[in-house]
Design a protein around this ligand. Structure first.
Ligand SMILES: Cc1ncc(COP(=O)(O)O)c(C=O)c1O
Length: 451
């Protein structure tokens, strides 16, 4: 029996995989990975797969990156982990100093958790608790965008709106105010981006004007709604939102868990809007894709509202066991040093152009409604009918078909329904991009013709 097959059988008898209809593995094989190096993942039978989606958008400098490996190895001999209440350690202090330095004025403190969803929970609780601490307890609701995704825990799902992930759990979730996302996919051709964005902003203005006394914060994935299908909006909306929220005393929580660290072309998405949020949530690429860690950054103003003599109702009694894990901090420090030393954001501009060059011809494909790009994220919207933009029904399983086709050719993509996207590590070359787009085009042809 082939090695892959043996591992697959052992796995399927004991493991329940995330975001997976396990019965699909009766038809589509699970791929056991033996090792990773650079862009490539290698299975047990000698096949290799280019990681075109950075293993759920976490990896930025390749698998087994020698510089990150060395940093984690060095840290391992010093300290693997220590309780973060009452104790601290060098890599966490250095990382926090560096994050405060690079995120812009007004993000002064770092609160750590161990994954993106729990970072969102921290931000929601901190915002609501801030208003309570300063004597405005009615400000306890949140405003979210339609089609938003902020994670899988109950609070994160409550502020999300991707029904695919939340509809089964609706009865567990708390209510939020929903505002239509200024998704540029719905902009009509002869409308300018500015006119469309300002038109979409009116709904937010009216809501905040009417309900600001009940609202703690607006939570948004800036520039790209990733899990919602890599849908994009203009930074103008965020600039306007900052003015509005300042006027009405409402917090902004920016969820840059997926889009931070260069994904949108700048180090952080909010830089493009010339604004700073009250809370910035970061995770995924924070550790280069090595170890689970997240950080909720906030202002001195928020921090100071909790800085007082002990009282059980005013202290932020929130913790996670692996908060500030020393190995994860060392991976994050090494990742940030690569960004700095290698001028990564500048270097990426060439890759951004290469993605545009090779994917633009797909705009003429008879089953492609749109090719859109924001920095290092490029998405191709594959539809049943180009004229009406009718999507393929979920029953067609077009995403799974395209995934399976591409993996057989050695490319790992994981389409979101009919949306094929690239979100690669930054060590990709122009040649890799050309190759990936060719395979993805064949996968699209196979997907729609068999759906
Ligand atoms: C924008 C955004 N927020 C939050 C999360 C949740 O992060 P995690 O999967 O680490 O819980 C994700 C995950 O994809 C995300 O894309």
């Amino acid at each position: 029996m082939a090695e892959n097959q043996k591992w697959m059988q052992r796995d399927l008898s004991v493991v329940w995989h995330p975001c997976t209809q396990m019965k699909d593995h009766e038809t589509y094989p699970l791929i056991p990975i033996k090792r990773g190096e650079g862009l490539w993942l290698y299975d047990f039978d000698g096949n290799k797969y280019l990681d075109g989606i950075s293993s759920w958008w976490v990896n930025v400098f390749g698998h087994a990156n020698p510089r990150i490996n060395q940093a984690v190895k060095d840290q391992l001999d010093q300290l693997e982990h220590v309780i973060m209440a009452g104790f601290t350690h060098e890599p966490m202090i250095e990382l926090s100093e560096e994050l405060v330095r690079i995120t812009g004025e007004g993000l002064d403190y770092c609160f750590y958790a161990d994954n993106g969803s729990s970072c969102i929970e921290s931000a929601l609780k901190m915002s609501m608790h801030y208003w309570r601490n300063i004597g405005e307890p009615t400000k306890n609701k949140f405003v979210t965008f339609t089609n938003s995704y902020h994670g899988e825990t109950v609070g994160a799902m409550s502020v999300g709106d991707t029904s695919l992930y939340t509809q089964s759990y609706k009865s567990m979730l708390f209510d939020t105010f929903k505002v239509t996302a200024p998704d540029l996919y719905y902009k009509v051709e002869d409308e300018t981006v500015e006119a469309y964005t300002l038109k979409m902003f009116v709904e937010m203005e009216e809501l905040i004007h009417k309900h600001h006394n009940e609202i703690a914060a607006v939570i948004i994935e800036p520039l790209v709604q990733c899990a919602g299908g890599m849908r994009m909006h203009s930074p103008l909306y965020l600039t306007k939102l900052r003015e509005l929220c300042d006027q009405y005393n409402v917090h902004i929580i920016l969820d840059e868990i997926a889009v931070g660290f260069g994904r949108t072309g700048t180090m952080f998405a909010h830089e493009q809007a010339n604004m700073v949020p009250d809370f910035l949530c970061l995770s995924k690429a924070l550790t280069g894709g090595y170890l689970p860690m997240s950080v909720c950054m906030t202002s001195k103003k928020v921090y100071d509202a909790f800085y007082r003599d002990y009282h059980p109702e005013s202290v932020f009694l929130h913790s996670h066991s692996y908060t500030g894990n020393a190995l994860a901090c060392s991976a994050a420090l090494a990742t940030l040093s690569i960004f700095r030393d290698d001028n990564v954001i500048e270097h990426n501009q060439k890759l951004i152009q290469a993605f545009a060059k090779y994917t633009n011809p797909l705009k003429d494909h008879p089953n492609v409604a749109e090719v859109r790009q924001q920095g290092m994220i490029t998405a191709i919207e594959v539809v049943k009918d180009k004229a009406t933009r009718e999507s393929f029904p979920w029953e067609s399983r077009i995403g799974l078909k395209m995934f399976n086709y591409a993996t057989q050719k050695g490319l790992l993509i994981r389409p979101l329904g009919g949306i094929v996207y690239f979100n690669t590590p930054y060590i990709v070359t122009e040649k890799d991009i050309e190759w990936m787009v060719n395979i993805a085009t064949d996968a699209i042809d196979y997907g729609h013709s068999s759906s």
